[in-house]
Design a protein around this ligand. Structure first.
Ligand SMILES: [Zn+2]
Length: 114
């Protein structure tokens, strides 16, 4: 299960960055691209399971999906690529260049206030 590995990665990264004395993690924000899109619910579930027993236990996971940027080859319009409507919003052609997908990034870790 892809989400399980992603969740493991997230928790490991947090634990590596954060010292125990920082306190409990209450909220984690990650962002990811579209092509390797993960299932939010499955990831939250996996995160909860893996976070159990660590300082991340009970932390809320927020997942931001960053849209892919595309540039139309005909009219050079820049737009956010939509997997469900893969065409230029200006001229309607489906001849365009897609930018690099955004990797999964750990954006923010919030701690319990003491
Ligand atoms: Zn166009």
């Amino acid at each position: 299960m892809h989400e399980m590995m992603v969740a493991e990665n997230i928790v490991e990264t947090i634990l590596a960055q954060v010292q125990k004395k920082s306190g409990k993690v209450t909220r984690v924000v990650i962002s990811c691209g579209q092509i390797n899109a993960i299932n939010d619910e499955a990831l939250k579930f996996a995160f909860e399971a893996i976070a159990a027993g660590t300082i991340c236990q009970g932390a809320k996971l927020k997942i931001k999906h960053i849209p892919l940027k595309a540039v139309c080859n005909s009219c050079h319009k820049k737009f956010n690529f939509d997997l469900y409507e893969p065409q230029c919003p200006k001229c309607g052609k489906s001849d365009f260049l897609i930018g690099d997908d955004v990797p999964l990034i750990l954006e923010e870790i919030e701690f319990e206030k003491k």
